[in-house]
Design a protein around this ligand. Sequence first.
Ligand code: UD1
Length: 342
Amino acid sequence: MGRQVLVTGGTGYIGSHTVVELQAVGFDVVIIDDLSNSSADVVDKIEKISGIRPAFEVFNLLDSVKLEAFFEKYSKIEAIIHFAAFKAVGESVAKPLAYYRNNLVSLMNILDCMSKYKVPNLVFSSSCTVYGQPDQLPVTENTPKKDAESPYGNTKAISEEVLRDVVKVTPDIKVIALRYFNPIGAHPSALIGELPSGIPNNLVPFITQTAAGIRKQLSIFGDDYNTPDGSCVRDYINVVDLAKAHVVAINRLLNNSNADRYEFFNVGTGTGASVLEVVKTFEEATGVKVNYKIVARRPGDIEKIYADTTIANTVLGWKAETSLHDTLLSAWNWEKKIRNIE
Ligand code: UD1
């Protein structure tokens, strides 16, 4: 058995892909998930891909009694990847308390247990949302953070500060925060992928559902931004590449004792793509037309953001590998599989 890693939110979108990559290199994975935004059969799919069934415990991380009982049971855990969180920007504006409570208290419960049960290593899911609309592009890790645009974004910014302050006074704990840009795509097996409940908020699930005929039309939010074609620019990162960044981060925590105890890295491709470019690349990759119309800007959207990934490339030795074309094709293959489209 390999070294044991806890993955919270391990049946979710990024979590499930990360469990697969961890198992592929020999880690012994334990998942905690409350299934509030995912389903238990993801564990079967992970097993189908890996040939290994991860241990799986269903409970909510706000329940500190259950969390302590969990660490009593799994005493060999050496590292934690903490994905479990609420992530819908719009919903967070309507329900700020639910977001602050869920995302912050769960992190604090985990940090308590790390001290109590001597688990020294944590990888935290952060987001490029902590930069807001930066004054300079691409953004480096040292680009000043702006006020968060939403309670969701603020939970990520506050979590990073909590981690920084706790690490300062807890010499036994090491943390890597990964600031994800826009994760998209699905596993090449098409057995796991992104499964939004209801109408998707994010661009790529909306595109694939429109192509599948589930949605009539994609609305493109604005074509009058100060960008080459007027639509917003983002850094779309393949979810398997992103999952691999977590494996690299875990190995760094477990094996590199010279690293700073609190580090944070941009995880993106380093290249921006506009909404219109994403639609065009999807059409080219799949041969399927996407019915779209240009509508008004979406409140709260930033104009453009993409990563400078130099530090992740050099210090972590990690680089995004998959093209936007191949990633969009993987998203379409996943959508077709779950909708039984030939
Ligand atoms: C947002 C959050 C990010 C969060 C992510 C996960 C902000 C600034 N960013 O990213 O922190 O991690 O969601 O949910 O809040 N678009 C359309 N039509 C659509 C959907 C999207 O044109 O139907 C456009 C948007 O205007 C945007 C781009 O597509 O320019 C990407 O949008 P989306 O996938 O929602 O991600 P972000 O808003 O970038």
